[in-house]
Design a protein around this ligand. Structure first.
Ligand SMILES: [Zn+2]
Length: 270
């Protein structure tokens, strides 16, 4: 295997990089820590380092999630700094950094069996699974789908909403997590109904993106207004309006799935 590439993350969604590396440099091939450098992290690595690979199995990496309380001070001392993972996301294609971060979190959060409470080990048949040493229960990486939807009406307008947690006056897409027993179309229809009290149809898939900051998979849709007038729930959605292309509110930042879907709609008229 030779020198092994190691990805090191913090619990706060950051990737550890050498101080001299310019900000925002794509690091999909890892940092090239060899085992000697990684040894600097000493006791922090105990039981936290594990091997992972690309889905096609062609390249192997080691992945480490630092404990929340000990990581950052040690990093500065050793000549490293932390880079927010969000700054490393470019486009919506497969992203090795996001995969490694997702796996690192999962492994840290699956140390004990959810059924009987005994310690989990790693399944030794090559699949990504934790295996209970007592009852044999297997646990796989958790992936939680969440939907985003741009709703169009017959006046060629799009519905954008201001969530209570958004900054300033940013308006974006209706969004929410999938619930048990639903398919994705059910989730879209329910979230729209719950948050703004209208009905939609013609639900069409647009794109998706891994979003491991809460084990998520963001799945983006378009839909058409079917019936009802906007009535915001005021718990999640403070305001929602129909917008034409020439009277837009402040939009979410470039690079997000929401913005990609809004930009696609904007481009339809030109
Ligand atoms: Zn068990």
């Amino acid at each position: 295997m030779g020198e092994q590439t190691i990805f090191i993350f913090t619990r706060q969604g950051q990737m550890v990089v050498p101080v001299g590396l310019p900000p925002g440099v794509a690091l999909e091939d890892g940092i090239g820590f060899d085992k000697r450098i990684a040894h600097d992290f000493g006791a922090l690595m105990e039981g936290r380092l594990f091997n992972a690979s690309d889905p096609d199995g062609r390249k192997w990496f080691s992945v480490l999630l630092l404990p929340a309380d000990k990581g950052p001070p040690l990093l500065a001392e050793k000549g490293f700094r932390c880079e927010p993972l969000r700054s490393l996301i470019h486009g919506f294609s497969y992203n090795r950094v996001l995969r490694m971060y997702h796996l690192a979190q999962w492994r840290e959060e699956s140390r004990y069996c959810g059924r009987c409470g005994y310690p989990n080990g790693d399944a030794d048949n090559g699949e990504y699974a934790r295996l209970c040493s007592h009852c044999g229960r297997k646990e796989f990486p958790r992936i939680s789908p969440a939907i985003l939807v741009l709703i169009k009406n017959e006046r060629d307008e799009a519905l954008l909403a201001h969530n209570v947690n958004f900054r300033d006056n940013v308006y974006s897409l209706i969004a929410g997590f999938m619930e048990a027993g639903e398919n994705l179309q059910n989730t879209v229809a329910r979230e729209v109904r719950e948050e703004i009290d209208i009905e939609v149809h013609d639900i069409t898939f647009i794109t998706s993106q891994s979003w491991p900051f809460s084990n998520s998979l963001m799945v983006g849709f378009e839909a058409r207004h079917k019936s009802g007038v906007i009535r915001c729930d005021k718990k999640e959605i403070a305001d929602a309006q129909w917008f034409s292309r020439d009277h837009l509110p402040e939009l979410p930042g470039k690079g997000s799935v929401s913005r990609f879907i809004i930009d696609k709609w904007l481009a339809e008229s030109s």
